[in-house]
Design a protein around this ligand. Structure first.
Ligand code: AMP
Length: 294
């Protein structure tokens, strides 16, 4: 596995792969890799000749009160996880490679449009604009055939899909299912922040989504009822947690479903355990009136 830190080296490697007529798969990450990231890299490995994993903790997508400074980093471990999962190149740029004149000098941004107004976007202003912009840069640097994103970050996935369509990137966006701990907690680099008590309680996120699935599977269609059941469960099982949002959202627009769940939807939540904000979701697709869950 090759480790690349600069733009010229990366462009050379990409050009060489193109000369060999290789298909390129890109897996953008912020590092501190876990089995969720590994499953993206493995998918990229199955479907492409050259797999590039980028590792960059993008400062612009963190709000002023968020955890940029203390976001966990472990490059040695990342090398091992990426290599074992089948990466050929890890691209580890420093800030000046991604923002040549400095973060403050960035003038052109990708506006993700109304998809960014809801769910996480409502709590994290400018987050998705920064994500779309850095992913656009990574697409321009690596020119991939396919790029891999986790369903765990459902809104990010939809924003990137939309960006690719609206800006004619011609890149296939592949969604990979959320990898979970045995008890159901979605793997996340931020789980290391949790103390033992919060770690135990955090299982309530996937339990609440399981409850929503169960209710919808057995015929409940009122979005508010489903949201309220999830809220009650979280308040009961994790009384110290602070709910940021629990929303049944339309899968295409991400706007809240105010009444009946009858179209494809994403049920998403964000909950604080202390200062740690965790997110999770389940997607519901209807075919011939029957709900299917991903
Ligand atoms: P991050 O390093 O958190 O920016 O995540 C990089 C990519 O890995 C994103 O596309 C995430 O959606 C994806 N990812 C993060 N956690 C998981 C997980 N538990 N299962 C599957 N994909 C994940």
């Amino acid at each position: 596995m090759l480790e690349i830190t600069t733009e010229p080296e990366l462009r050379d490697a990409v050009r060489a792969a193109r000369v060999r007529d290789e298909r390129i798969g890109l897996v953008p990450t912020m590092g501190y890799l876990h089995a969720g990231h590994a499953s993206l890299i493995e998918a990229a490995h199955r479907e492409n000749d050259l797999v590039i994993v980028s590792i960059f903790v993008n400062p612009t997508q963190f709000g002023p009160a968020e955890d940029f400074g203390r976001y966990p980093r472990d490059l040695e471990h990342d090398r091992q996880v990426a290599g074992e999962a089948g990466a050929h190149i890890i691209f580890v740029p420093d800030e000046s490679t991604m923002y040549p004149d400095g973060v403050e000098a960035q003038r052109v941004w990708v506006d993700p449009g109304p998809l960014a107004d809801h769910l996480d976007g409502a709590s994290r202003p400018d987050h998705f604009r920064a994500v779309a912009t850095v992913v656009a840069k990574l697409f321009n640097l690596t020119g991939p055939d396919r790029a891999y994103f986790g369903q765990k970050d459902a809104q990010q996935l939809l924003v990137i899909k939309r960006m690719v369509r609206d800006l004619a990137y011609g890149i296939e966006i592949r969604a990979v299912q959320t990898v979970r701990e045995e008890d159901g907690l979605a793997l996340s680099s931020r789980n290391v922040y949790l103390d033992a008590e919060d770690r135990r309680r955090a299982v309530v996120l996937s339990s609440a989504l399981g409850l929503a699935r169960e209710e919808i599977a057995t015929g409940e269609r009122d979005a508010r009822t489903v949201e309220q059941s999830m809220r009650s469960m979280i308040e009961r099982e994790a009384p110290d947690a602070r709910i940021d949002f629990i929303t049944v959202a339309d899968m295409d627009t991400l706007s809240p479903v105010t009444r009946t769940i009858e179209r494809n939807a994403v049920i998403a939540l964000a909950v604080y355990f202390g200062a740690t904000r965790l997110i999770d979701n389940v997607m519901v697709r209807f075919s011939e009136g029957e709900p299917h869950f991903i």
